[in-house]
Design a protein around this ligand. Structure first.
Ligand SMILES: *[C@@H]1O[C@H](CO)[C@@H](O)[C@H](O)[C@H]1NC(C)=O
Ligand SMILES: *[C@@H]1O[C@H](CO)[C@@H](O)[C@H](O)[C@H]1NC(C)=O
Ligand SMILES: *[C@@H]1O[C@H](CO)[C@@H](O)[C@H](O)[C@H]1NC(C)=O
Ligand SMILES: *[C@@H]1O[C@H](CO)[C@@H](O)[C@H](O)[C@H]1NC(C)=O
Ligand SMILES: *[C@@H]1O[C@H](CO)[C@@H](O)[C@H](O)[C@H]1NC(C)=O
Ligand SMILES: *[C@@H]1O[C@H](CO)[C@@H](O)[C@H](O)[C@H]1NC(C)=O
Ligand SMILES: *[C@@H]1O[C@H](CO)[C@@H](O)[C@H](O)[C@H]1NC(C)=O
Ligand SMILES: *[C@@H]1O[C@H](CO)[C@@H](O)[C@H](O)[C@H]1NC(C)=O
Ligand SMILES: *[C@@H]1O[C@H](CO)[C@@H](O)[C@H](O)[C@H]1NC(C)=O
Ligand SMILES: *[C@@H]1O[C@H](CO)[C@@H](O)[C@H](O)[C@H]1NC(C)=O
Ligand SMILES: *[C@@H]1O[C@H](CO)[C@@H](O)[C@H](O)[C@H]1NC(C)=O
Length: 523
């Protein structure tokens, strides 16, 4: 493919393209039955979705059906634990945490092709003409990757998204390019809108269609933000705007663009642009590039059709094909589900807030040493088996000067191997208010790209810190998701203990703290 013959052979070794090109279909791919999975491995996340077996990457086709069931499709190699042989895996859930694996939903027509990323819509008005008898018809829009080029296809489902039939008139969009992929489709007033990446040209194309079959080019958004080596997986969605300082009642739209490789921290990352969209043209509100995550393992996020809810892929192309979960027969998990909105934060412009979706279904035992005021004290040795979720609300007196070591810390440790993941929040006046994470003291994986420390600063001190350790994924959410950090972690034995503490907080400070053991949703 283009990337492999480009002038950047070494960097291109890191791309999706390269990874996908290396593998061809050997083993049989199961049809009609869900792939069986063994979810008992010590690195298996308990509540972050991971595939039953094999390799998973981007979330695809996310939608919620009229019965309230959430459908997650994903880039899936059912025959190996590295990327390649791309299908659409499928899982369903009543609450975005407890997933049932379903049979593979989309298959490539033959072994030289792959079903790459895309989206799904509910064609309630039968605009496509596929649906004789239902207002719940599902249409998937995806890239078919062939040795020659990348074309866009559609497939329809008569059974609510469990099985699909490719449209006989495919492809529906073919510009003759071998770097043209990842269509995301939404409905705008009276027409469908697709955003799609001209990956190697740093262009997001916007197309419109009355019926999902005939697509007309409407506009381009090009060369914004970090270029990386390629653009991928764009999304353009309408989101609620909270606390808007402007009163002109405009829609809050956000364009996300995933880049790989070439993220500021290396490898893959997602950047976003809040802006205006009028049905054909997108205009960012300002010239800033914002990142959706301050760590390295959150890529290719996709929004559910017509819902402000999203899920990302919790990995990084720099090392995803070699991480140690391969010894358990699977690789990669998704991020937590998130409810998103935009906030107008004044001089800093619009900001994407990514709240953790309601966690109540996945909390089990509330740990005994909870509800304490954490100020100037440490709570040690909260023990757990599956994983842990913790939450703290921080009240600080206004207009105080923090002392040099004012801080909040958390450490999550293993039982005997003395490995740990650390993090904390620095309040000291000499430093910006900063969240930091450190995965360096784990021994299960080492790689030059698997960098270990991440941080992000804020203008004002955090009011809330939520964290979740789920076996091999750790996530932290500051201020209800105003700042998010997602990092994979690979200990040689399971984490079992959380300690949290704070020191040198000013008089009048309060921290309410609670922690819960996670359920094992696969048990
Ligand atoms: C595989 O399918 C693609 C897309 O339908 C087609 O262009 C190609 O000729 C097929 N290849 C083989 C070897 O059948
Ligand atoms: C369906 O039709 C209604 C009535 O014309 C319209 O308001 C709505 O936007 C349409 N939605 C879709 C997804 O076609
Ligand atoms: C959907 O469209 C097709 C093609 O136009 C038509 O045959 C069918 O009757 C329509 N179904 C409904 C429920 O309108
Ligand atoms: C709906 O229509 C499709 C296409 O005509 C048909 O295959 C399917 O069986 C029908 N479903 C029901 C429930 O009638
Ligand atoms: C919703 O549930 C009903 C009853 O279980 C079922 O018949 C129907 O097919 C479901 N619809 C979808 C879109 O899954
Ligand atoms: C949009 O971008 C594509 C890819 O670079 C290019 O081929 C096309 O000419 C552009 N269209 C317009 C109208 O600028
Ligand atoms: C909006 O701002 C007010 C005042 O600062 C605050 O109390 C409220 O929580 C904010 N609401 C949201 C949704 O951010
Ligand atoms: C959308 O914006 C573009 C660029 O400003 C403009 O040319 C076009 O007329 C607008 N369309 C509508 C429907 O307002
Ligand atoms: C948190 O860790 C930092 C960095 O190691 C350290 O400077 C600080 O004193 C620690 N704070 C607490 C409360 O342990
Ligand atoms: C916390 O400790 C610092 C110094 O170690 C002290 O000045 C401060 O008053 C203490 N905070 C509270 C709320 O007791
Ligand atoms: C933190 O505050 C939120 C509401 O803003 C509440 O839902 C949550 O239970 C609180 N957590 C703790 C540990 O107090």
């Amino acid at each position: 493919m283009l990337m492999r013959s480009s002038l950047l052979p070494i960097i291109s070794l890191l791309t999706t393209e390269w990874a996908l090109a290396q593998f061809t279909t050997p083993a049989a791919v199961p049809t009609g039955v869900a792939v069986q999975g063994d979810y008992t491995g010590p690195l298996r996340p308990r509540v972050h979705f991971s595939p039953p077996a094999g390799f998973m990457n981007d979330p695809n086709g996310l939608f919620k059906d009229n019965n309230g069931t959430w459908h997650l499709y994903y880039q899936y190699n059912p025959t190996d634990i590295v990327a390649g042989n791309q299908h659409w895996g499928h899982a369903t859930s009543p609450n975005l945490y407890e997933w049932t694996n379903q049979p593979i939903a989309l298959f490539p027509p033959n072994s030289t092709t792959g079903v790459f990323s895309g989206s799904a819509v509910i064609d309630a008005n039968n605009t496509s003409g596929f649906f004789q008898n239902t207002t719940e018809g599902v249409v998937a829009i995806y890239t078919l990757n062939t040795p020659q080029k990348q074309v866009q296809e559609i497939a329809y489902s008569y059974d609510g998204g469990y099985t699909f039939t490719p449209y006989s008139g495919n492809p529906v969009l073919d510009v003759g390019s071998n770097q043209f992929r990842d269509p995301k489709v939404v409905w705008y007033n009276d027409h469908w809108v697709m955003v799609i990446a001209y990956a190697a040209e740093y262009v997001i194309g916007i197309y419109t269609s009355p019926d999902l079959k005939d697509w007309t080019h409407a506009s381009n958004v090009s060369h914004i933000g970090f270029l990386g080596i390629q653009y991928e997986c764009p999304n353009l969605v309408k989101l609620p705007v909270k606390n808007s300082t402007s009163n002109d009642d405009q829609d809050g739209w956000v364009l996300t663009i995933s880049i790989n490789p070439g993220a500021p921290l290396g490898g893959s990352i997602t950047q976003y642009y809040p802006g205006q969209f009028n049905g054909t043209h997108f205009e960012p509100y300002d010239r800033a590039t914002r990142l959706s995550n301050f760590a390295k393992d959150d890529y290719a996020g996709q929004f559910f059709y017509d819902e402000p809810v999203s899920i990302g892929w919790a990995s990084n192309w720099e090392y995803t094909n070699i991480v140690p979960t391969g010894s358990e027969g699977w690789r990669s998990s998704m991020t937590l589900p998130r409810t998103n909105y935009l906030v107008d934060s004044g001089v800093r412009g619009y900001h994407l807030v990514q709240e953790i979706y309601d966690v109540s279904p996945i909390l089990s035992k509330k740990l005994s040493s909870s509800d304490n005021n954490l100020v100037n004290t440490t709570i040690s040795n909260m023990n757990f088996d599956n994983g842990i979720y913790f939450d703290m609300n921080i009240t600080l007196p206004s207009d105080v000067t923090f002392s040099a070591d004012a801080s909040i810390n958390f450490t999550i440790s293993t039982q005997t191997s003395r490995e740990c993941v650390k993090g904390g929040y620095i309040l000291a006046s000499s430093t910006p208010y900063t969240i930091w994470l450190d995965r360096g003291q784990t021994d299960g994986f080492d790689n030059p790209f698997y960098t270990d420390k991440f941080s992000e600063s804020q203008l004002k001190p955090a009011k809330r810190i939520q964290g979740m350790m789920d076996r091999s994924v750790f996530e932290v959410y500051i201020d209800n998701g105003a700042v998010v950090g997602t990092m994979d972690v690979y200990p040689t034995e399971p984490f079992t203990t959380l300690s949290v503490g704070s020191r040198s907080l000013p008089k009048g400070s309060e921290i309410t703290f609670s922690a819960w053991e996670l359920k094992d949703v696969w048990a």
